[in-house]
Design a protein. Structure first.
Length: 183
């Protein structure tokens, strides 16, 4: 009978499950792992957005070179992203060189956590210069760098940037090494 009592007691203890302390320890370990992993994941996402913004700016710079090769004798460079974007017919007002996301009808054109702007200091055609601006949609969330590029093809980032831009950066500001460093 003693053996039967001991087997029953051992079996009852096996069916009890986890204690509250054991569950709290597991939850604490999961929270510690999350506290380490989440900031790294956010930094990785920001880095990916910034790399995508640089890639998109290179695409726009290449589109500007194509546009000026095709329509430069009439218009020079494209003064707005919509001019590089698609339309029913492709001509100097809608060159169909970039997709409808980057060549949207109303700036800023948004892609991969960044807003894109295109401007020219020239008042009318032929546009002799341009400046592309890429700025995070949410500073510190989708990115933490403002970028610009001009007709020289050099991509730059803002020195000491601390906020997103609400409009295109003027050409002369973009090419100033006091404000923007080359990537």
């Amino acid at each position: 009978m003693q053996l039967n009592y001991m087997a029953h007691k051992k079996m009852a203890r096996a069916n009890q499950g986890f204690s509250l302390i054991e569950l709290l320890i597991v939850v604490a370990i999961i929270l510690i792992i999350a506290a380490i992993a989440i900031p790294n994941m956010l930094r990785t996402k920001q880095s990916a957005n910034e790399a995508a913004a640089v890639s998109n700016m290179r695409s726009i710079s290449t589109a500007e070179a194509t546009y000026t090769a095709s329509f430069g004798n009439i218009n020079g460079y494209a003064p707005k992203l919509t001019v590089l974007g698609p339309a029913a017919t492709c001509d100097q007002t809608h060159a169909c060189i970039i997709d409808n996301v980057l060549g949207c009808a109303v700036e800023p054109c948004s892609r991969d956590g960044y807003n894109f702007f295109l401007t020219s200091d020239s008042a009318a055609a032929p546009f002799t210069d341009y400046a592309i601006t890429a700025t995070p949609q949410q500073w510190g969330g989708s990115g933490s760098k403002n970028f610009c590029a001009a007709e020289d093809g050099v991509l730059r980032y803002e020195v000491g940037g601390s906020a997103s831009k609400g409009a295109a950066i003027p050409h002369d500001t973009c090419i100033s090494f006091a404000n923007y460093n080359a990537i």
